[in-house]
Ligand binder design. Structure first.
Ligand code: URP
Ligand code: ZN
Ligand code: ZN
Length: 509
């Protein structure tokens, strides 16, 4: 891990920045323009801008200027499986900006029976003093009761939470049963929120674990064998059906298999408001690594749902991402060192689940998506930033380069290459699942909140400089359609006009 954080001279409030002559690429179109930033906000975009004296100028000629990446799925310092993920909010967001990501959405996950508000406050107390870029929080609904419902309402009204995650896996830890899941989804809809779902059949996974262990398989490959793709696809279909009945928008996190991705795509084709999230891990590597002879190497790839061993899966996920079957990319960054992973050295079901990706997501998606010819620069911006901003009701403040948007900007060199390695990455973890991958597409400069936080590999971050970004419910991107679909549904529920039945009725003893 490199250690070179220091304060940049451009961090004073009121600082001015001109990004000169780059190709400004938003999700809708690209054009050559200057971008002028003052006090953390984009003040002007246009050709040959005149700017006040003392403005720092960054030359972006021949480069792309794109909205900073938004990673909608991370787990910094998550207490999980007997330990805590090693990237905390400082090191994790530092790695994020090194890779061109300027906002993360993390998860406050209460333990069963714990107040959701307490969990939310705890995560805020961990994150606020440490974050080097802006962030927001989803909250987990890990158990169900009327109190949970009331707290969800409180979180939406007073704490800027508009998204709740439910788990169909992690039995006896986070998992909800179908009736609880139904209640949580209906309630979320009433609040104008979005449900995120971890879709795996948790009961069948726990049976699978027993079966695989009974066969004498204790290594990391047992993790993959015990939770096959059909358990992910089945749960995805169930979540889609329940959300459809509730009329609630649904976001399926970490779609890892052909089968589950096809379920999401089919639901979208039918007009359901459902979004599928691909991970850098699922797009960049395949799960055959879990069969590696070196235990530590194999364990590094253990996450849930598993990275699928079928080598055609990453390309399939990328094809769907390029063509809107899947909608966004994230990382599920949840890193554990070799020593932490070793909690499961004799039993794969005890290996802490999680992989890296936060620093490398943009480069991996550029390499596998744009360099491969599957998507253009605008789709790249959509799947790494803009669509997440829209779904989570952050747009156009985030995910967009326009007057009035936050100055979260990356100068991106599409031709430069870099080779990913744990030796040079900024994560706290001692392994990188993309080790040795050569990627075209390198972030040259990252600007977060109007500050240059990374330039040519040098970091200028300040813990606590990022802000918590509250989000409101009933965002138009989701709820315009939800409202209209509700009207259509109610109109379809029309009974038949008929005379009352007047014949005999059998008597019941
Ligand atoms: O393996 C994973 N995905 N770890 C993080 C927790 C989760 O399920 O998102
Ligand atoms: Zn999950
Ligand atoms: Zn996760």
């Amino acid at each position: 891990m490199r250690e070179w954080s220091r304060i940049s001279p451009s961090m004073e409030p009121g600082s001015r920045l001109l990004i000169r002559g780059g190709r400004v690429a938003n999700a809708d179109y690209s054009r050559t323009a200057d971008v002028y930033v003052e006090d953390g906000v984009i003040r002007n975009v246009g050709p040959s801008l005149d700017v006040p004296g003392g403005t720092r100028v960054l030359d972006a000629r021949g480069k792309l200027v794109i909205p900073g990446g938004i990673d909608p799925h991370t787990h910094m310092q998550l207490p999980f499986m007997g330990t805590r993920s090693i990237d905390d909010f400082h090191l994790g967001t530092r790695a994020a900006v090194a890779g061109g990501t300027t906002m993360v959405l993390d998860f406050a996950l209460p333990v069963r029976g714990e107040s959701l508000l307490d969990a939310y406050r705890r995560w805020r107390s961990w994150a606020d003093p440490k974050v080097c870029c802006d962030y927001s929080l989803h909250v987990g609904v890990t158990w169900w009761s009327p109190q949970v419902g009331e707290e969800m309402a409180e979180l939406t009204k007073h704490h800027g939470v508009n998204s709740f995650k439910i788990f169909m896996a992690y039995k006896d830890v986070f998992m909800l049963r179908d009736p609880e899941m139904c209640a949580a989804i209906r309630h979320c809809k009433a609040l104008g929120g979005l449900v995120l779902v971890h879709a795996e059949n948790g009961d069948m996974v726990s049976e699978g674990v027993k079966e695989v262990l009974a066969c004498g398989v204790t290594g990391p490959e047992g993790h993959t064998l015990s939770r096959p793709a059909e358990l992910e696809a089945e749960a995805t279909g169930r979540a889609v059906a329940i959300a459809s009945q509730a009329g609630c928008p649904l976001y399926v996190v970490h779609v890892m298999s052909h089968e589950a991705a096809d379920v999401v795509t089919a639901a979208r084709k039918k007009g359901q408001i459902v979004f599928g999230e691909a991970l850098a891990a699922g797009l960049g590597v395949d799960g055959t690594h879990c069969w590696h002879k070196d235990w530590r190497h194999a364990a590094a790839y253990v996450m849930s749902p598993p990275i699928r061993p079928d080598p055609s899966t990453p390309a399939h996920l990328m094809d769907l991402l390029a063509n809107d079957g899947l909608s966004v990319t994230a990382t599920d960054n949840c890193t554990f060192t070799g020593e932490q992973k070793a909690l499961g050295k004799d039993d794969f079901s005890k290996i802490p689940n999680g992989v890296n990706g936060l620093e490398d997501r943009l480069s991996v998606v550029w390499e596998k998506g744009v360099y491969s010819g599957k998507m253009d620069e605008n789709r790249f911006v959509a799947v790494t930033s803009t669509t997440a901003a829209k779904i989570f009701n952050l747009y156009p403040r985030k995910g967009h380069i326009a007057v009035g948007s936050d100055a979260d900007i990356v100068i991106w060199d599409p031709h430069m290459t870099r080779t990913i390695s744990a030796k040079t990455h900024h994560h706290a973890v001692d392994f990188n699942i993309f080790e040795g991958m050569e990627c075209h597409g390198v972030p040259l400069v990252t600007v977060a909140g109007g500050r240059v936080v990374c330039e040519n590999g040098q970091l200028f971050v300040q813990p606590g400089a990022g802000k918590y970004i509250p989000r409101t419910c009933f965002g138009d991107f989701l709820y315009q359609r939800v409202r209209q679909m509700d009207i259509v549904r109610v109109n379809q529920h029309v009974g038949v006009c008929r005379q009352p039945y007047s014949g005999p009725v059998v008597s019941v003893p």
